[in-house]
Design a protein around this ligand. Structure first.
Ligand SMILES: Nc1ncnc2c1ncn2[C@@H]1O[C@H](COP(=O)(O)OP(=O)(O)OP(=O)(O)O)[C@@H](O)[C@H]1O
Length: 319
């Protein structure tokens, strides 16, 4: 059992009352674990606070906030062997959902107190740590439209409204995807590379499940020909993501690899773990078994691949 932990707390995350949320966390954790609490500010990020905690030799690091806070803190804890705890208080809470960690404060604290950890892979998109996923095209546009104001007013609906708005001007781009073995070229509206993904991140769910501890990243290509096909493809992804089955449409493909070099024409916006980080080209790599996370249990899935049916598809085997 850990005796102490650094708690990194974002006081403005989510829509709740942060003072009473912090009081609740303290009431559950402090009888067992001594908490060294640090607050994020506009100027001091969760990444800086987590880095400082690593340097001080913290026994455990717990991040509490939205996905932005959790992801930034996790990035600083990668490759340290320091166990990492997650208490979600954000809008989407994709981070917790992807790792099957409960998203209520009480249950998240109980997960930490159980002291069961699992070591997961982390991705790097260029130099940026990526716990969940990188979205190219559609998803990046959606995230940009769901701004702070909209999130405060509509919560999760902000993302759905932005997605529907984005469907109206479905844009396609040429994409070249280079793996260790192949160079794949096609035309797409969205390319998503996931290390871990909740079922609500439907664009990541070409395969039956996104596996976060297999040393591989899961790439999904969505390439609908029309707005009607885009809606049908999205609905199909919703169904397959929630039932845990692989997609069966010609305009959706998926594959797994250790790394991807992705180039698009024209360049597309890239969002990593919910934050816009720039534009293509990007190189995304998997760093296997690099983050030890407090989890309630571990899920196992079977790897697979499907590319047939994608428009203008070529697959070139590298020497
Ligand atoms: N004390 C603070 N005052 C103002 N902004 C802050 C403060 N602490 C952190 N931030 C900002 O909060 C953002 C991260 O928010 P976070 O992702 O944790 O919550 P959220 O936006 O509510 O959740 P979600 O990402 O699920 O919508 C960062 O942009 C960071 O700069």
């Amino acid at each position: 059992m850990i005796r102490s932990a650094c708690l990194i707390f974002n006081p403005v995350a989510g829509q709740g009352d942060s003072e009473s949320e912090l009081a609740l966390i303290k009431s559950i954790l402090e009888p067992e674990i001594g908490l060294d609490i640090h607050f994020t500010t506009k100027e001091i990020s969760a990444k800086e606070l987590a880095k400082a905690a690593v340097e001080r030799g913290a026994e455990a690091i717990i991040a509490c906030g939205g996905d932005g806070t959790l992801s930034a803190a996790a990035g600083a804890v990668v490759n340290t062997h320091i166990p990492f705890g997650i208490i979600s208080r954000g809008t989407a809470n994709a981070f917790a959902a992807a790792l099957n960690i409960p998203d209520t404060i009480e249950a998240a604290c109980q997960t930490i107190l159980k002291n069961q950890t699992h070591t997961i892979d982390i991705g790097y998109c260029n130099d940026q740590p990526m716990v969940l996923l990188a979205g190219i095209g559609f998803e990046a546009e959606t995230v940009e439209k769901a701004d702070r104001d909209a999130k405060n007013r509509f919560g999760m609906m902000a993302y759905i409204l932005a997605g529907i708005q984005e469907l109206q001007n479905l844009e396609k781009f040429d994409v070249e995807i280079e793996t260790e073995d192949n160079i794949i070229r096609t035309r797409a509206s969205a390319v998503t590379v996931a290390n871990a993904a909740p079922s609500t991140s439907v664009l990541a769910h070409g395969p039956a499940g996104v596996i976060y501890d297999d040393g591989l990243l899961d790439l999904t290509i969505v390439a609908p020909e029309s707005k009607t096909a885009a809606i049908a493809a999205t609905l199909h992804l919703f169904q397959t993501a929630s039932s845990g089955t692989p997609v069966e449409r010609d305009d959706i493909g998926y594959l797994r690899a250790k790394q991807f070099k992705i180039t698009t024409e024209p360049p597309q916006k890239v969002v990593v773990d919910g934050e816009i980080v720039g534009k293509t080209p990007v190189e995304i790599k998997c760093i296997p078994a690099s983050l030890k996370v407090f989890v309630p249990f571990v899920k196992e899935e079977v790897p697979s691949e499907k590319l047939t049916g994608l428009p203008n598809l070529t697959v070139e085997t590298k020497d």
